[in-house]
Design a protein around this ligand. Sequence first.
Ligand code: 89Y
Length: 344
Amino acid sequence: HPPEKLTFAVIGAGFWSRFQVPGWLESNAVELVAVCDHDLGKARDLAERFGCPRAYSSVEELLDSEKLDFVDIIAGVDTHLPLALQAINRGVDVVCQKPLAESFRSARRMVEAAEAKGTRLFANENFRWQAQLRRVREILDSNLIGSVFKTRISFCSSFPVFENQPSLAELEHFIIADVGSHVLDVCRFLLGEAKSVYCQTLSVTPGIKGEDVANIFLEMESGGHCFVEMSYASILREEVFPQTLILLEGEKGSIELGANFEIQVATREGVSWEKVEPKIYPWADKDYAVLHSSVVDTQANILKGLQGLAAETTGIDNLETVRLVWASYESAKSHRVVELASFE
Ligand code: 89Y
């Protein structure tokens, strides 16, 4: 017999679910059996779009009625903790959108609840699965540039994100929680854990509640420095949304990830050049194609985790990214360097 498919439901039928569902369906190992959104019309539309049989407006009813292996929570950050706890209490595994929760403590509560119940919890953290970032990590691991002492990671753009995701304009904590969750996770993926953080923020775009510019300075456990800059107010020569640009400087050379997935490695012997482009799926939105491609790889890895194998973006692992996010806000608020070891 072929192994049975894992059944799942999506909770939240907004912008990202339109891409996360087809991402899951790239695998033959899962079956979407229900969609839930407090707006039943939206839940029905999404279900219909992907040939899914049932739609609900209440999570309670969803969990009462369906036999689920896991839920994918693709709703607003304020809903993550209560929704995850509801699923965990029923012994249903959880995949949750970043950031896991509205504070480090809430995220830890979620992780502890999953551990206590023996259910699995994963963060849908996709940036680290971008093909060009995997390649950068591979070059780093080959030790070609030696140990890294200095890094700059940029995510700066003026792409109109609020058009597709209007709720982002209403968030009191915007860019660090939204895109910073990803970018800070990339820092961890490439450089390991941070020791301390200093952060300053600005709110530049008129009419939004939260910050849309953040400059973050990390001191890594390795001793190296990492400057992370992110902005949705940057009108630049080249609009590269949603690319992350990186310069890593090591004792033996440097790796530069430039625009359009070009990687250049400089050593004393010379400079090499390569281009690592994402796989483009027919269902992807052209403005987000690199992210939608990484969603598929993220989900494939999480699927292994759901099947009991090792996965990268577990709740426990992601807790360190969450810590960086909320420690950055704490630093911006207090104008102080925040030590990660004592931040909770
Ligand atoms: O919500 C964000 C994300 O996760 O990636 C980009 C985005 O859609 C807008 O900042």
